[in-house]
Design a protein around this ligand. Structure first.
Ligand code: GDP
Ligand code: MG
Length: 264
């Protein structure tokens, strides 16, 4: 398969799916659901956990940062608080990330997807050197997409919606990877309103104007700026709890991987 990235033997599989999102958006629960879906559908998946501080994982992982770096010991050794501990653990793991890539490369012929869970606090992954190193290591070896998980019920508030979109926007431009807006928790609230707001900024402005605050004025101006950003996005509604939208999710991942192969 040829692509424009200058790697003549660049493969179309496996596709790396990096799951990011605000704390509590449902990344880990969604990972669990995605892993279960791959088992049911005989999709060949590989699972990587990059959250050093998670106590228990609901799914079985093939590669777990916690096997290599003991977060609690890192905190003690370097005299760090929780966030510093997570960051330093990721830095330590990033120095060995070529081994992770090699492990996946050796199995590449037997894999369709690699699912990657990231630390609870999004900025620890998205704004750190090690997050960038890990993302680049994946993206220079395999087609890589970012699934940005949105807490849909919470995003019914226009200002929260806008914060989420700005965050997703910054990740898109920082990683330059295909980004999938993954509206989670549709068992609680359908994501139709979000699609409408993205489609028609006047509809969004109408919703935002019910709030007369300064933030709301800012939010309205930003919605114009984001119009261009929305054009570059794919989105899908899912429920990690009910399992709704799993087929649709993997379809969007495939389309995004095609986009990756065309672009890079
Ligand atoms: P993370 O911090 O992004 O990894 O989020 P978690 O996976 O730990 O989920 C945070 C909370 O949201 C938990 O209480 C989950 O049970 C809940 N949750 C996650 N996905 C869904 C969903 O699809 N529907 C509902 N109703 N709750 C969900
Ligand atoms: Mg989590």
């Amino acid at each position: 398969c040829s692509s424009g990235n200058g790697f003549p033997n660049f493969r179309r599989k496996p596709v790396i799916i990096i799951v990011v999102g605000m704390a509590g958006s449902g990344k880990t629960t969604l990972m669990h659901r995605l892993v279960a879906h791959t088992h049911i559908k005989n999709i060949r998946g590989y699972v990587v956990n990059l959250d050093p501080a998670v106590m228990t994982l609901p799914y079985a992982s093939n590669i777990d940062i916690r096997d290599t770096v003991k977060y609690k010991e890192v905190m003690k050794q370097f005299n760090l608080g929780p966030n510093g501990g997570i960051l330093t653990s990721m830095n330590l793991f990033a120095t060995k990330f070529d081994e992770v890539i090699s492990m996946i490369e050796r199995r590449a012929d037997q894999l369709d997807y690699v699912l990657v869970d990231t630390p609870g606090q999004i900025e620890i992954f998205t704004w750190s050197a090690s997050g960038a190193i890990i993302t680049e290591a994946f993206a220079s070896t395999f087609p890589t997409v970012v699934a940005y998980v949105v807490d849909t019920p919470r995003s019914e508030d226009p200002t929260t919606f806008m914060s989420n979109m700005l965050y997703a926007c910054s990740i898109l431009y920082k990683t330059r990877l295909p980004l999938i807006l993954t509206f989670n928790k549709v068992d609680v609230a359908a994501h139709q309103f979000a699609l409408e707001w993205m489609e028609d900024f006047e509809a969004f402005q109408a919703a935002a104007s019910s709030d007369q605050s300064y933030t709301s004025t800012l939010t309205q101006s930003l919605s114009l700026v984001l119009d261009e950003f929305y054009n570059n996005l794919k989105s899908v509604g899912v429920s990690a709890v009910s399992g709704a939208g799993m087929e649709a999710f993997f379809k969007v991942v495939e389309a995004s991987a095609d986009e990756y192969m065309d672009t890079y």
